[in-house]
Design a binder for this molecule. Sequence first.
Ligand SMILES: *Cc1c(COP(=O)(O)O)cnc(C)c1O
Length: 468
Amino acid sequence: MNAVLQHDLNDFENILEKAKQQGLGFLNNLDTIPTSNKETIDINRDLNELGLGSLAALEEFNTRLAPLMVASPGPRYWGFVTGGSTPASIVGDWLASVYDQNTQAVKAQGGATALIEFETINLLLQLLDLPKSFLGGFVTGATMSNFTCLGVARQWYGKQFGKDFAKEGISETIHILSATPHSSSIKTLSMLGIGSNNYTTIKTIEGNREAIDIEDLERNIETLNGKPFILISSAGTVNTADFDDFEAISKLKEKHNFWWHIDAAFGGFAAVSEKFKPYVRGWEGADSITIDCHKWLNVPYESAFYLIKKEHVNLQVETFQNTNAPYLGNPLENFNYLNVLPENSRRLKALPVWFSLLAYGKKGIQDIVENSALMALHFGNALVEDGNFELMARIRLNNVCFTLKGDHNQEKVMAFLTSLNDSGKVFMTPTVYRGRKGIRASFVNWRTSENDIRIVIEEMKAVFSEVY
Ligand SMILES: *Cc1c(COP(=O)(O)O)cnc(C)c1O
């Protein structure tokens, strides 16, 4: 064994202890670590001939790289839809690295850790009150989950014409309908060879809504003259956390032949609260659902899962079967993740979620979701009270979309947001909503408290008076 490796092996306990202390130094100070910084590094470091050993590498990490880190798992990082990581999820994540399994099969072929993933999906179905008719698995994020689901939808579409798109390529125009698709679904259309331009935008409900107008959807379906289509619907749009009407879409499913996909990246967690559950009523009728865990479930990146109805498993295998795999027989019996999703080798991605669900239970997740929604309301109320801001939409769940009050202030929105983000006290994302510049604050972090709202509002007042 290489001498440096041998030295590290002998010193392993001490090295891990140092890493633990370092981790605690970050996590215990998230409150005061800036949410943004202007640090940069010279990336042209020469590779050393002889190894430094883990501890010296850690020292260099601390002097050169650690300053780049921002408090994105902290309570005031409200940009994008950014979750933190709970203690149990970090335990799961660390142990996933320690055990370093290649999670694929459910029957022991050198390990059956896919059973852990099955159990985790089963726990998630219970959490979200979804039926066991869904089969699920973990991927890196909602983008890859959308890719997996829509990949199977593409295969389903070909089958409606007796064609195998996975084998032969796409030879029919694929009709995709959606009202407010997330950018990652559009990216997925590009990756799947369908084309990012090739979808039809359905109107949204009148009156400041992002949800699909069912009547306009029906009109568009009529023009297809009975041809199949794929519907990409939303459970939680990023600007206003709006939800399509899933009960109405379920009814359409009785009359029309389409693949129904729901992007529920963060909004799916509405299901864990009695208060918000009505938003997702009827979603169990979907063919496929995308849900992120690194957002509202507060597990570390990269964690998301897809749910696809079991009845479609053959289409799923046709789409993702590894060509070197032996004949599968019944894919459910000889189940292997490498045949049903994009990746072949994969870590035990389910473990951080498994730990979180066991550690905090249904109630723990419900409390996170309801606290986030409450913080969104508090923040919204404080903005209105302040008088210099206006809400661009009703706060339905956890996202607050707002802007500087008055159209004459539109040109100042970006300058305001840049100064605010530069303060390092909070981070929010710019957006455009209904043709106007706005700012989006998304509440999903388990740590966020009323005190954080106070800190941010104070900072916003200060920045506002600066910008003017
Ligand atoms: C965040 C998000 C995505 C993309 O998720 P990633 O985890 O970043 O890949 C897709 N859809 C919606 C609605 C989202 O909020």
